[in-house]
Design a protein around this ligand. Structure first.
Ligand SMILES: Cc1cc2nc3c(=O)[nH]c(=O)nc-3n(C[C@H](O)[C@H](O)[C@H](O)COP(=O)(O)O)c2cc1C
Length: 194
């Protein structure tokens, strides 16, 4: 039998904090610090993905930057839909879904599937053998079967087992600090001495 320790760890308050580094914001996450926490999380620049599935009311898509690769063997990926999303039930219950990694020129598609999920008009799609809409022009597409759904606070962690992969060379769309951008490896000077 495994026993789970019930440690009582006292939560800090803003008054307990060491002063922040110059120009930095230092705080304890809580009801009054929602925006600041979101901003801090948002400093982690990510790629942008669109998750698609075939729901009870037809094809469904959703823009997500919570995508991550998880495991090579078996091949697993994850993403995190918000519980408050109207698309939450459809995405956490779908046995088949596809995750598309967007290219730098697909910002409009990212915005489109952030606003709504059902309108695929104007986008080139083919249907996978499991009936999932696959969008054209993406850098990678991972066709998945649902492996697990875990609790993750106000989100869920959806784990997919990758069944089919399609991938092509290209520059990715990037999202950081609430803005879309591109990836420029030349911004990092690898020749400068330390
Ligand atoms: C770049 C970007 C990334 C996003 N990533 C996520 C995500 O990982 N999880 C999520 O639940 N919503 C994410 N969203 C928000 C959803 O795309 C969508 O806007 C939200 O679900 C709208 O609510 P609804 O589903 O109730 O229509 C993201 C939006 C954008 C623009």
């Amino acid at each position: 039998m495994t026993r789970q320790a019930t440690l009582k760890i006292p939560r800090p308050t803003d008054g307990d904090l060491a002063p922040p580094a110059a120009g930095a914001d230092r705080f304890v996450p809580g009801p009054g610090a929602h925006r600041r926490l979101r901003d801090a999380f948002g400093r982690f620049a990510t790629g942008v993905s669109i998750v698609t599935t075939n729901s009870a009311i037809g094809p469904l898509g959703m823009t997500a930057n919570s995508f991550s690769s998880l495991s090579m063997d078996p091949p697993l990926v994850l993403w995190a839909p918000a519980r408050k999303s109207r698309r939450f039930a459809a995405f956490t219950e779908a046995p088949h879904f596809a995750i598309h990694i967007l290219a730098h020129d697909q910002r409009a598609m990212a915005l489109h599937f952030a606003t709504q999920g059902h309108d695929f008009a104007g986008f080139d799609t083919v249907e996978s053998v499991t009936g999932v809409p696959l969008l054209a022009g993406c850098l990678s597409i991972f066709e998945c079967t649902l492996e697990a759904v875990h609790v993750g606070g106000d989100h869920a962690i959806v784990v997919g087992r990758v069944q089919v992969v399609q991938t092509a060379e290209g520059a990715p769309l990037v999202f950081g600090s609430g803005r879309f951008g591109g990836f420029d490896p030349h911004l990092v000077d690898t020749h400068r001495p330390r």
